[in-house]
Design a protein around this ligand. Structure first.
Ligand code: SIN
Ligand code: CO
Length: 382
């Protein structure tokens, strides 16, 4: 699905990470990509992250999935919302919603969350830490947006939901199928279903927190440091005062802590690998039987197609002699034909195999066997 009448450069300059924007149906032909029943089905599955928010008056109850199949039929008249994370991993038509947003690099993309609400349902006024495009799929939703919040913004006392204590809307719109609202990080927002069968698709981004970066990069470095790598002072002089930690000792200790943190190239390699680790580590997408180079070469002769697993995280770093491909937490140095293919795999969701790819077979085999690429076994309908 493509956007018409949407200028990505202008959007990035004027709105991205700056202010909310309502975009009235920008799609060439909007079609709701998932049925409510299919969403409910996903929420009943083990390993899929889902939540149910049920409202009664001014109180909100949160429950986590997986849910029993009869749960949604027994909810009654109180407004409710079902939210399912990473639906793009399971529904190719939902994954296709990401295509028009590829002007934002892969490493910033999180997932597509899908919500279904009954009349009046919503998750309440809140703010998120991430950019989001809220696409109305089915039915109508009234969105109100407010001011930018931060950690000092008062929240209602609630064990699980971070609801705003005081929400004042600065703008309000009713979104209809195909309409889209962009909300930057921190902006208060509240979406309430108007009528039944309200489905909203949230294209969610991610941005590492400084705290996580520091902790995780330092942990990675620390894992490689031998226990003997310690403070040493063979040049120590007699202490002027037994209580003083000398400035020279602090200089040496401080240098010990930051030296390795400053290695930009090592950081780049670590970050690529770390950022490409799958959203759900426990999900196993590997094929039942591993493939061999000979298997793939034979398939290439038949013009078979490899599909990128929508759950896979793929990105690369350019290097002097090619590139370093990151795929689901693993790094693959590539040059020549494999490097060209790695770029295509990061940008395209399908790759038609052909015999000219012989040099890249080992890379493709590794990617298939770790579940990042899948052999398309659908019969070609054309
Ligand atoms: C929803 O789809 O109901 C909630 C999305 C959001 O506010 O982030
Ligand atoms: Co939100």
């Amino acid at each position: 699905m493509q956007l018409t009448d949407f200028d990505a450069d202008r959007f990035l300059r004027d709105y991205w990470q700056k202010r909310p924007l309502l975009i009235r149906n920008p799609w060439s032909a909007w079609r709701n990509p998932l049925e409510p029943d299919e969403l409910a089905g996903l929420a009943c599955e083990e390993g899929i992250e889902s939540r149910l928010v049920v409202q009664s008056g001014d109180s909100w109850a949160l429950d986590h999935g997986p849910f029993a199949e009869d749960r949604f039929a027994t909810l009654g008249a109180a407004p409710w919302t079902l939210l399912v994370q990473a639906v793009d991993h399971y529904a190719p038509d939902v994954a296709a919603l990401l295509d028009p947003f590829r002007f934002i690099p892969n490493w910033r993309i999180d997932d597509v969350m899908v919500s279904y609400a009954s009349d009046g349902g919503g998750v309440g006024p809140h703010f998120d830490q991430y950019d989001v495009f809220l696409i109305q799929g089915l039915g109508k939703r009234r969105w109100r947006v407010g001011a930018q919040c931060d950690e000092t913004t008062p929240l209602r006392p609630h064990a699980d939901l971070r609801l705003l204590a005081n929400f004042e809307a600065t703008d309000e719109w009713v979104l209809e199928p195909g309409d889209m609202l962009y909300v930057p990080p921190g902006f208060a927002h509240d979406g309430v279903a108007v009528g039944e069968d309200c489905m909203t698709y949230s294209i969610g981004f991610r941005a590492p927190s400084r705290a996580d970066l520091l902790i995780e990069w330092a942990e990675h470095l620390a894992d490689m440091m031998p226990d003997e790598d310690r403070y040493a002072d063979p040049d120590i002089k007699a202490a002027a005062h037994p209580g003083e930690i000398a400035p020279s000792a602090i200089d040496r200790l401080h240098a010990m802590t930051i030296e390795k943190l400053l290695d930009r190239d090592a950081f780049a390699r670590w970050f690529g690998q770390h950022n490409s680790t799958p959203k759900y580590a426990e999900a196993d997408w590997r094929p039942e039987e591993p493939v061999t180079v000979a298997d793939l070469a034979a398939l290439a002769g038949e013009g078979a197609v490899l599909l990128r697993n929508p759950a896979s995280r793929l990105a690369f770093l350019r290097e002097a002699d090619g590139l370093l491909l990151f795929a689901d937490g693993n790094a693959f140095p590539c040059a020549g034909i494999p490097a060209a293919l790695a770029e295509r795999i990061c940008a395209e969701d399908r790759l038609a195999l052909d015999p000219s790819m012989a040099e890249a077979m080992e890379l493709l085999v590794a990617l298939v066997n770790q579940g990042s690429l899948m052999i398309d076994d659908e019969e070609d309908e054309d």
